[in-house]
Design a protein around this ligand. Sequence first.
Ligand SMILES: Cc1cc2nc3c(=O)[nH]c(=O)nc-3n(C[C@H](O)[C@H](O)[C@H](O)COP(=O)(O)OP(=O)(O)OC[C@H]3O[C@@H](n4cnc5c(N)ncnc54)[C@H](O)[C@@H]3O)c2cc1C
Length: 496
Amino acid sequence: MSSVVEPAPVDFQRQKEVAAALRAFMPKAAVLFDREDVQPYECDGLSAYRQVPMVVALPENEDQVRQILEVCHALRVPVIARGAGTGLSGGALPLGNGVLLSLAKLMRILEIDPAARTARVQPGVRNLAISEAVAPLGLYYAPDPSSQIACSIGGNVAENSGGVHCLKYGLTVHNILKLRAITIEGEIMEIGGDGLDSAGFDLLALLTGSEGMLAVVTEVTVKLLPRPECAQVVMAAFDDVEKAGAAVANIIGAGIIPAGLEMMDQAATLAVEHFVHAGYPTDVASILLCESDGTAEEVDDEIRRVESIMEASGAILIRVSTSDAERLRFWAGRKAAFPAVGRISPDYYCMDGTIPRRRLAEVLRKIADLEVKYGLRCANVFHAGDGNLHPLILYDANKPGELERTEAFGGEILEFSIRVGGTITGEHGVGIEKVNHMCVQFRPAELAAFHGVKRAFDEHGLLNPGKAVPTLQRCAEFGRAHIHVGREKFPDLPRF
Ligand SMILES: Cc1cc2nc3c(=O)[nH]c(=O)nc-3n(C[C@H](O)[C@H](O)[C@H](O)COP(=O)(O)OP(=O)(O)OC[C@H]3O[C@@H](n4cnc5c(N)ncnc54)[C@H](O)[C@@H]3O)c2cc1C
């Protein structure tokens, strides 16, 4: 990915035509095209890439969304859906010749059904707002991205987002029942059902994680869970990341599925502790946070087992939260890892790959080598339980060449993740950030199948074009052979 998106010259004639067509059914103030009005939408959480949209549309209801899509289809204008814009892979990056369709005003919780333990919500509802709304009923919505205070449920569906508690409770796709979504032609689809299975192809799973490329989500029915009776966190410190990695494997190997199992290296721990004062030791190589939840007896039993595994794996310090306030403080540190790193570097680039848990130490060593190779620091946080890495590469965009070096560094991490049997995404999606590395992960036949699905929904390629699925031509230009499987199966694959 080149670091700067080429600014497309504004086609004022086209801009006027599209804005006028939208203003035929929307208030003037809900269709923006003046430079200063559309500039705030120029990027998402991946701020290294920016592009000002031609027009921004701010619908207030589903029917307006439907009409916007109909107009864009008729005029052949690309449409980029946007939730809260917290995405880290450039999924909501606008196009200079496209409409940025913000779902931010569709933010009502439409129905809460405590008996069925479901809530029906509009796509702009914030993730955390769902749990806050159902808290008086003793319920919550389990997937908890660290951005949950801001990110929208529509964005969560489009990215199939995860979070600290997804190890035990699953990703977004495991926690939703139904979707209402609108095709680029303006057709409303209702998919999913109240049961665990429904007739026909599994479009719910297909749309979840489709990064705004197949349809625009206008309603989500989420599953709610009863709040666990109690929860406790074990915080363990290690003088060697390899031992911390082994502790993770030993916990899972013992048949324990903790509610959360997170790891931070020393660079991340230091940044977080100075920012949040979560109570982490800072003179250690790595810390693990392991949460148990359930009944008091279950938690007591699991915490004891986790403690003894941590000890046997070489932990040099173990602390168990003694109150809910302390438990939340331990998590507050982990959840603030990205902003904490933002305080110690002008810019940071958050990578997102998934690897087999047992390869953690090897991948960390590789990242340390790459820090030397590229002359850049990297702080590492992991959803360790599910092998999801978030290396945060620290750089300064104002220094010539640093972003390009950062991108090359990140690219090598992704390729190494594939080589050890992992994937290029864990939960942040592909967007524009990792579109080239799709060529490394997938065979041409597999990419062709993705394009077939895209065409079935969006014949003219108008929904979020250029994201997530590379053209075969782009792959040829990128020039990397696909790897697809780890070294286990092909031991002769060259080591990086
Ligand atoms: C500090 C920080 C921490 C984060 N932590 C996590 C984490 O722990 N786990 C995690 O998974 N992610 C995390 N993220 C990434 C991000 O928050 C998630 O990807 C989130 O789901 C994006 O939601 P959003 O509303 O901001 O979507 P946006 O960024 O606005 O959009 C994301 C994608 O979804 C599409 N989209 C948005 N709304 C719709 C819709 N209604 N219909 C169709 N497509 C739509 C967009 O086109 C785009 O492709 C983090 C981000 C930040 C900044």
